[in-house]
Design a protein. Structure first.
Ligand SMILES: [Zn+2]
Length: 351
């Protein structure tokens, strides 16, 4: 196997570069590639990090899991690209600065035409081709908002165009198994309508899962901008445990993931930016990261700049707090929390 200039060598960790695009100023934008290739054959796992350039805990975890010792123990291959967005990484920014596009919203979606593809979409197509050709599973490492609880996003699997319903159920079960092996609480993606409005159907995770049919999940490793030590360490353990689950590592390599939080609730949940305020003002939250929320529970007050209470905001849903919104100044219809809310829907959907 070869990805860019990185060539797999049995029993070794090798590195190289994948050319993303030529820059107007004369150099090449290239992505770092690491390949750990086992002595024995087996499946191929892809690990990607920091497609959002400020999500640096994923970058660090991806770097740290790729060691010489790992390569010696593998049955199969791990391909790791710790940084999919060098332009964002240079500026500690989410987007690439080519056209300030969000790189994680331009992966292939055969049923949607977006007109003339800009450079970010071209880069994603090149990358997607490599993943589609070689990967048996993908872990796409991200981070979420400030002070967010670490969790893993699971996409709903589509059936109809690309696979049958029973194939979709099998794929969904594999995704859940791999995410459970990783060890963070799992949260289904936003509801379908929200999902497309946010263009999340064109994220790496959605495209590799729903277009290419490769089991993929997306750990969100706490806050952005600085490496957070506990989520980094738990991600390294989690990635190795995913390798055990895939048969890339021996079962004896599986370790308890002591730093990964347990799900605060026993029922299935989905991501929701909820509740919203109808009143503008300064938000004063009554709940914090990881708190369990009952339906109708008060979760925030909106106050005047002088501090007088204007209104109290309640949650419509039961669930728990993934994170409070960044910033305290809110306009009408702004959401106040990133929540994991009770979900009674199916993990596979006709599409
Ligand atoms: Zn991200």
């Amino acid at each position: 196997m070869q990805i860019g200039t990185a060539k797999a060598h049995a029993g070794q960790l090798t590195e190289g570069w994948f050319d993303a695009t030529e820059l107007p100023t004369g150099s090449t934008e290239r992505l770092p590639v690491l390949i750990a290739d086992g002595v024995e054959d087996g499946p191929t796992l892809w690990i990607t990090g920091s497609i959002h350039g400020n999500e640096v805990t994923g970058l660090a975890a991806a770097q740290d899991v790729m060691t010489e010792t790992l390569a010696e123990r593998l049955a199969g291959t791990v391909v790791c690209l710790p940084n999919l967005n060098p332009a964002g990484l240079r500026r500690t920014a989410r987007t690439s600065y080519y056209h300030d596009d969000d790189p994680n919203r331009y992966f292939p979606e055969p049923t949607e035409t977006t007109g003339q593809a800009r450079v970010q979409e071209r880069i994603n197509e090149r990358l997607f081709e490599q993943i589609e050709d070689t990967a048996d599973a993908v872990v796409s490492l991200h981070t979420a908002g400030v002070d967010s609880l670490p969790f893993s996003i699971i996409e709903r699997v589509h059936y109809g165009e690309f696979r049958t319903e029973s194939e979709a159920r099998e794929l969904a079960a594999t995704v859940q198994r791999l995410a459970d092996a990783f060890g963070l609480p799992t949260v289904l993606e936003f509801e379908a309508e929200d999902h497309e409005t946010r263009r999340l159907h064109r994220s790496l995770g959605a495209a590799t899962l729903n277009v290419a049919g490769i089991p993929t999940f997306t750990p969100e490793l706490g806050s952005h901008t600085v490496v957070q030590e506990r989520p980094r360490e738990s991600a390294v353990v989690g990635l190795r445990n995913v390798m055990c689950e895939l048969g890339l590592l021996d079962e004896s390599d599986r370790k308890p993931n002591a730093l990964a939080p347990d799900s605060p609730v026993p029922f299935p949940v989905r991501r929701a930016d909820h509740p919203a305020t109808e009143t503008a003002g300064i938000v004063r939250h009554l709940v914090d990261t990881g708190d369990v929320i009952e339906a109708d529970e008060p979760v925030a007050e909106i106050v005047t700049p002088h501090g007088t209470r204007k209104t109290t905001i309640h949650s419509d849903h039961a669930g728990y707090v993934l994170a409070r919104r960044n910033g305290v100044a809110v306009y009408e219809n702004d959401s106040l929390l990133s929540m994991a809310v009770r979900d009674t829907g199916d993990t596979v959907v006709a599409r």
